[in-house]
Design a protein around this ligand. Structure first.
Ligand code: GRF
Length: 202
């Protein structure tokens, strides 16, 4: 069964693109039912439009507060029948009401490091890669993990992919190497949620 998913984005959308491409090539038995952003006018929304996928924008500014924005966002996602929520470069922590409204729908997030290392509040973007470099670690990578209310980067790991940290790396070169693996990991993680085909024996 083709899995209907909602992808939440905030910016560039290269991971969204990897998901759209995998769905289009039938490499992944899933369908992006909606792209949701918390910022208007970001490149990820253009990617959705080019792929003919509906999108919606929920800025906190347009609502009373984060709870109200995330309640409206969850209602839209529930209404479209998404069976998996994928945070692919989404830069807000989801309000607990989001999970209440979407009870039973799994939520996964992509993080550009090997959790539980280099995660938690405030650890995003180049800060993550800078922390990896400062630690002297010889490898990094990315993690797709489950998301639960009131926690950041602590949910069960779904997929991890590793990359070496190379001599001379800076945050930009390491980020680029990790990003290539993110594009593979996010598709692999979504695949884990696609219901297995019923086996018919004759
Ligand atoms: C990725 O590095 C992801 O791990 C992090 O945000 C970035 C999003 O990149 N959560 P993109 O918007 O998918 O290109």
């Amino acid at each position: 069964m083709t899995l209907p998913i909602a992808v939440l984005v905030s910016g560039r959308g290269s991971n969204l693109q990897a998901i759209l491409d995998a769905c289009a090539s039938a490499e992944l038995d899933a369908r992006v039912a909606i792209v949701v952003s918390n910022h208007a006018g970001v490149p990820a929304l253009q990617r959705a439009a080019l792929a003919g996928v509906p999108s919606a924008v929920f800025t906190v500014r347009a609502y009373a507060d984060r709870d109200a924005a995330h309640t409206a966002m969850a209602a839209t996602i529930a209404g479209i029948g998404a069976e998996l929520v994928v945070l692919a470069g989404f830069d807000h922590i989801l309000a607990p009401v989001f999970f209440v409204r979407l009870r039973g729908v799994p939520v996964i997030n992509l993080h550009p490091a090997l959790l539980p290392l280099f995660g938690g509040r405030g650890m995003h973007g180049d800060k993550v890669h800078q922390a990896v470099l400062s630690s002297g670690a010889t490898e990094s990578g990315c993690t797709v993990h489950r998301v639960h209310p009131e926690t950041v980067d602590l949910g069960e790991v779904v997929v991890q992919r590793r990359v070496p940290v190379l001599p001379g790396d800076d945050a930009a070169t390491l980020a680029a190497r990790v990003l290539d693996e993110e594009h593979i990991a996010i598709v692999e993680a979504i695949r884990r949620f696609v219901p297995a085909e019923a086996v018919t024996r004759v």
